[in-house]
Design a protein around this ligand. Sequence first.
Ligand SMILES: [Zn+2]
Ligand SMILES: [Zn+2]
Ligand SMILES: [Zn+2]
Length: 108
Amino acid sequence: MVRVQGRDVDDAGRCAHHPTSLDIVSFRLPCCDGFWACRACHDETHPDHLVQVWGPDDLHRRAVLCGACRTRMSLRAYAADPTRCPKCAAPWNPGCVYHHPLYFQEGA
Ligand SMILES: [Zn+2]
Ligand SMILES: [Zn+2]
Ligand SMILES: [Zn+2]
């Protein structure tokens, strides 16, 4: 099973920063291994390294994890409808779209 890293992370990938029932999406970043509950969790754990985000050529990468069904999906599949899981239909926090640049760039 994929382990999600971060502060006070629970089984669904929620953390101290984003603890609501909808905050179950976790991301991987290109700068280090593993999934993170959120970018703040990453930055607190690795204040010393330069954070990288995925670029437009990386959208095929399975860098998104649903905390409800534990499915890993591509950034492209996630971005197509970031309000619910394409596998289990669990609702996701629609406000996450404003944070996408913290994890990946969708390109022009
Ligand atoms: Zn990192
Ligand atoms: Zn967090
Ligand atoms: Zn799911």
